[in-house]
Design a protein around this ligand. Structure first.
Ligand code: NAP
Length: 460
């Protein structure tokens, strides 16, 4: 295990070389990383399964996604070199001006906190690492303690690719440890930015460290998200049973351990058959174990918080004393819009297979519920096809609180492409103008510089 100081020193030593690297070199590294991941699949997937209980089907799919992401950034590296050119305009200002070219430069070494719930796609070689490398930034990953052996094995493969391409070793590094090491990493003067996926508590603590430095640095934190679904009567009338089954699958997918897991569903009058079908489907679901005992304990605490709120009725829950079993039963509860809006305890994510049905009597109430969530990665609107005034209001409210608004399907499953936005107002993100998934993720690690009357050699 290498210390934080050594890892950051290596990243700082590699910084100039990597920042000056051309697109072809960056693409070669990213493609090489994708290839070694795929090549080591037979070893990595069982290792990941032992440490996370996520199962080989999910883990193989996640490894595919991670390789896809690395290759997508390999193809997208040119975006890091794009510029805006304003030729000189003769005459007095403001119309006249010198020649200006707006370019972007890499921020410098990035500290990346791996997530627990995606041991490949948001971990050592996940989207944050891929996008930072594509932007020309060395990366120091803080391994998540939930899958240490997998993190080490992945990092060893990555360092092998870096060495085989003749690049400085510090282009990629891994550190392990707990809170002290994480804080030391964020405080290190040679770290230029932080990417984080995890809890609101952890993200806020590390963001505070980043902002308290003598030179504060950008902190790109993806934190909690409640992902409301608004189920309008027209959608439930057309295919309520099908939507209930799809929603139950989304709530229990990966034992609910997705940042986009739907935690609230807003319904209107006449939704009882839908809610009953949802409850039945959830009662028949058998989620696998949660990632760690700590997460199971957090889930139980979150469920107790929701179930213990006056005005909330529990429909489904794990039997009392079941906490030692790592695999929980799904939790479903019901409340009304006024209770939801009035109780901040209901607005926080319960990480795991949990959902709260909120009954609204009007579009006004549904809008108030959406606003009360504060910020979310996603809002899903089922039944907005008619373009009515109510639908338009809900769309506006959804856009105000979410980074992605869906009009069909469920929010779990996040496409990696140019138009993707994964990050909304706090608490879903500490930097809502940025995305942590999709090709625009590399913009986070570039800083604009305007070159004025630059010499020809610099512009060629
Ligand atoms: P976490 O507790 O936030 O930990 C993530 C990383 O941050 C770990 O490396 C952890 O280090 C570090 N960390 C946490 N608090 C810190 C602090 N005060 N100072 C310095 N470093 C700190 O997240 P987790 O372990 O993945 O899961 C815990 C809970 O987070 C879950 O139950 C869930 O509620 C939430 N979560 C949400 C999402 C999401 O996508 N919304 C994803 C994952 C987790 P150490 O563990 O080594 O101390």
């Amino acid at each position: 295990m290498i210390s934080v100081n050594l890892a950051v020193a290596a990243a700082a030593a590699a910084n100039d070389t990597w920042a000056a690297s051309d697109g072809a070199t960056r693409a070669k590294l990213l493609e090489g990383l994708a290839a070694v991941l795929e090549g080591a699949r037979e070893a990595l997937v069982p290792l990941a399964d032992r440490e996370t209980s996520l199962g080989p089907v999910r883990l193989n799919g996640e490894l595919d996604r991670t390789a896809f992401q690395l290759r997508a950034f390999a193809k997208a590296v040119d975006a890091a070199f794009a510029f805006v050119d304003d030729p000189a305009v003769p005459g007095a200002p403001p119309a006249g001006h010198p020649h200006l070219r707006r370019v972007r430069v890499p921020l410098g070494p990035v500290a990346m906190f791996a997530a627990s719930n995606f041991p490949f796609a948001f971990s050592v070689l996940g989207g944050d690492t891929a996008s930072a490398l594509a932007a020309g930034c060395p990366v120091v990953v803080k391994a998540h303690p939930g899958h240490p052996a997998l993190s080490r094995a992945t990092a060893e493969l990555a360092s092998g690719v870096v060495a085989s391409l003749g690049l400085p070793a510090g282009v990629f590094g891994l550190v392990e440890g707990g809170i002290d090491e994480g804080v030391a990493l964020v405080k290190h003067p040679d770290i230029a930015a932080v990417a984080f996926t995890g809890s609101v508590k952890g993200g806020l603590a590390l963001n505070a460290v980043a902002q308290a430095r003598p030179r504060p640095i950008p902190f790109f934190g993806e934190l909690g998200s409640i992902n409301p679904i608004v189920a309008l009567p027209s959608a439930l009338a057309a295919k309520g049973a099908e939507l209930a089954a799809t929603l139950a699958g989304s709530i229990t997918l990966g034992c609910g351990q997705f940042c986009t897991s739907p935690g609230v569903v807003i319904v209107f009058d006449g939704a009882q058959p839908f809610v009953d079908t949802l409850a039945k489907a959830l009662s028949e679901a058998k989620p696998h174990a949660m990632l760690t005992p700590g997460m199971r304990a957090n889930f139980d605490a979150g469920v107790a918080r929701v179930a213990g709120t006056a005005g909330v009725t529990t429909r489904l829950a794990s039997p009392a004393g079941d906490g030692s079993n790592a695999a929980p039963r799904p939790f479903l509860a019901e409340t009304d819009a006024a209770t939801f809006v009035a109780n901040a305890a209901l607005h926080d994510e319960v990480f795991g297979p949990a959902c709260l049905v909120v009954r609204a009597r009007s579009t006004d109430e549904a809008v108030q519920v959406l606003r009360a969530t504060g910020g979310s990665l996603t809002v899903t609107l089922w039944g907005a096809e008619d373009g009515s005034a109510d639908a338009r209001r809900l769309v506006r409210a959804a856009q105000q609180v979410a980074g992605r608004v869906l009009f069909a399907g469920v929010p779990t499953g996040v496409a990696v492409c140019a138009a993707q936005q994964h990050g909304g107002p706090f608490p879903s993100s500490t930097a809502p103008a940025t995305t942590s998934v999709g090709l625009a993720a590399l913009d986070r690690f570039l800083r604009p510089v305007a070159l004025q009357d630059a010499p020809a050699w610099l512009l060629s």
